[in-house]
Design a protein around this ligand. Sequence first.
Ligand code: NDP
Length: 274
Amino acid sequence: MVTDNPITRFDLASAESMPDSTMTELQYHSYLVLAMFVLAALTFVSLLRVTAPYGRHLRPGWGPSIPARLGWVVMESPAVFVFAGIYWLGVNAQGMVPLLLLGLWQFHYINRTFIFPFRLRESGKRMPVMIVAMALAFNCINAYINARWISELGDYALSWITSLPFAAGVACFLVGWAINQHADTMLMRLRQPGDLGYRIPHGGLFRWVSCPNYLGEMLQWLGWAIATWSLAGASFAVFTIANLWPRALAHHRWYRREFAGYPASRRAVIPYLV
Ligand code: NDP
């Protein structure tokens, strides 16, 4: 049992009754989490209208650009370094549950920042600086929200490890990670070095959806939200869905437009449904 269910430590109501100069960090953090949910809603609506201009959707008119590989390293770095720095400032940084959560986070982000970009077959591909800057800012804020929660503001007793949400959340995270990795690896293998073209992916979860890598990523952060049982984690899961769901729809439309023989029964991101 947790001594203080972490999800209840969301504290906007009392902020209104406090003298304005005495807003606590928990209240400040709660406002940021709330802002994340609002940002997710705005992002979702915007991305349904305008597809983010990178990868196959790269197009002129989005300002200066840098090599895509460099873009990935720069924009994802705060998720490793800012997260670690803020985590170690927390009073609960040595706790077993926070350490396990730190391990999960870094397991994903060290790969995403320093390994994934160098596995990409994207010689010459570029990414607008605007995309890099927006993702960099998001990753800084998101790192603060989640790292501060698990090592300082949340309250995880050792017994949380044997709780159902923790076990289910970690399982969901790892299944999502495996799906994401497998799908990304299959996509990378579609190209020979120097090749910039696109092919129809077959096999694995591509039998059912166009973007199993996004499905895996969404499951991962859903798992994180469940394992941390927090609005901090939930805000990131919701943002990830808001970001990747419209992109999966855009990829799916693109495949159907570009390839006459694209499998008709394949969905965008949720097997049999969407
Ligand atoms: P994509 O699926 O668009 O592309 C992944 C890589 O595979 C790119 O190098 C791409 O090349 C290549 N590729 C994709 N489809 C094909 C194809 N049909 N034929 C040949 N090559 C192909 O993923 P993203 O670049 O959008 O994202 C990469 C990773 O980052 C994913 O795992 C995703 O889940 C994660 N991500 C997470 C986000 C979050 O909110 N947490 C946000 C964005 C991404 P090219 O670049 O040339 O198109």
